[in-house]
Design a protein around this ligand. Structure first.
Ligand code: SF4
Length: 350
């Protein structure tokens, strides 16, 4: 079976205040050395892929190198090939380079269409730049355009979120990811946390997002992901359906032969090694529990053979948090808000 291929591009022009993804500011020659190391690793592992995802970091900073990386891999004709993009770099010339490299899906880190919120997050772009970036992507011929939004960010209100969702839904996008801000200790926000909407306000923003996007034809298919018909992210679905993927680059993760691996967060180590250094991140995961945890993130939920053993726990979960349809158990939007608690309860009563 074809796997997914994830390639981490660990470069950003500047760190956003909330971000703990592994990335550094690139120096001269970094792009070429990085491409060579990625190609070396792709050749070492081999395999066939039907999805590729360039994540980061800011993959579009290495737009000229991504095509060469792809040429080193065995990729099926109908593959979904995504590159994460920062609005500041999405000029027509760079977008054409991505198209020529056979990238057919882009994911734009927008986060908000309110300038004050973007500036509080330490983002480099403003709302107008983000709108132009998405219009450029459509003009360059991209049909599959996703954008990322954030909920529960400094200065955000129900009204400002409504404005962001209105603008997002009016753009030529086929997919939206909406994540709640998580404060990570190692970031500037972790050291000096700004005033944020409280938990109840953020939960309401989540429900507002689910409702508004669904009214705009973007149905929820995962806790944080929404898509027009047929436009769910095939690569990310592999994660939640427990299918195999290979990760290349510092901080990348893989799931191969039932085992999970992570590459060290060490750019120099990655560049100077013939093969990336990987660590097993969990000895032997409990397959059943993983299938339940991952499957209940999806609106399609889990089949009866997976939820039958959980029936006694299910009786203790309020009915508005889940549904059973066509034999499948899934969580409602209210249930997604408490998914960790619900899944722990279900598994503890097994
Ligand atoms: S949020 Fe994206 S652009 Fe900002 S520092 Fe993190 S990876 Fe880089």
């Amino acid at each position: 079976m074809n796997k997914g291929l994830y390639i981490h591009i660990p470069f950003c022009r500047r760190k956003c205040l909330y971000c703990d993804f592994y990335s550094v500011v690139p120096d001269d020659g970094a792009a070429q050395r990085y491409r060579e190391a990625v190609v070396r690793n792709i050749r070492h592992y081999g395999g066939s892929f039907d999805t590729v995802y360039f994540g980061g970091g800011t993959p579009i900073l290495l737009a000229d190198e991504l095509g060469e990386m792809l040429k080193a891999a065995d990729i099926s004709e109908d593959a979904e090939i995504t590159a994460e993009c920062n609005p500041c770099e999405m000029d027509m010339c760079t977008l054409s380079t991505l198209r020529e490299a056979s990238i057919n899906r882009i994911s734009v880190g927008v986060q908000s269409f309110r300038d004050a919120e973007l500036s509080a997050l330490g983002r480099r772009h403003d709302a107008e730049t983000a709108v132009h970036a998405i219009e450029n992507a459509a003009a360059a011929g991209f049909r599959d355009i996703s954008l990322d939004l954030m909920l529960g960010i400094p200065q955000q209100t129900a009204q400002s979120l409504d404005e962001t969702l209105r603008i997002a839904a009016g753009l030529p996008v086929t997919h939206i990811s909406a994540y709640m801000l998580k404060i990570e200790e190692s970031t500037p926000f972790g050291r000096n946390t700004p005033l944020l909407p409280d938990e109840d306000e953020t939960a309401d923003m989540y429900l507002q997002t689910v409702q508004r996007l669904s009214q705009s034809g973007l149905s929820q298919y995962e806790i944080s992901n929404f898509a027009r018909d047929g436009c769910s992210c095939r690569h990310n679905l592999k994660y939640w359906r427990r299918e195999e993927y290979l990760g290349i680059g510092p901080a990348a993760h893989s799931f191969i032969d039932g085992r999970r691996y992570a590459v060290a967060r060490d750019l120099n180590g990655f560049l100077s090694s013939a093969v990336q250094a990987e660590l097993v991140t969990d000895g032997c995961p409990d397959e059943y529990e993983e299938r339940v945890m991952l499957g209940l993130r999806l609106s399609e939920g889990i089949p009866e053979e997976l939820w039958k053993p959980l029936e006694s726990g299910l009786q203790r979960v309020p009915k508005n948090y889940y549904r059973i349809e066509d034999g499948r158990l899934s969580l409602t939007a209210e249930g997604f808000l408490l998914s960790n608690e619900i899944i722990s309860l279900l598994l503890s009563q097994r």
